[in-house]
Design a protein around this ligand. Structure first.
Ligand code: 9UX
Length: 72
């Protein structure tokens, strides 16, 4: 069973930022894939809800140095 989360990520200003956020999400246990769109500030994450929570996904982004909006 796979879930998809959409996070709004703020503070990214270049392609390297996108890579940082994608790698931070991708190394979290239970994340299958993570794709970040710089223009829309959206991170789309496929994950296993049995292994990881959305709050853990948000924390991983914040630990990589970027902010996540409260919505969704
Ligand atoms: Mo380059 Mo993006 O330093 O913060 S990674 S602007």
């Amino acid at each position: 069973l796979t879930s998809q989360a959409e996070l709004t990520v703020q503070g990214m200003t270049c392609a390297n930022c996108v890579g940082r956020v994608e790698r931070a999400l991708g190394k979290v246990e239970g994340v299958l894939s993570a794709s970040v769109n710089l223009a829309t500030e959206r991170a789309t994450v496929q994950y296993l809800p049995s292994a990881v929570s959305v709050s853990q996904l948000r924390a991983a982004v914040q630990e990589s140095g970027y902010e996540v909006l409260d919505t969704q």
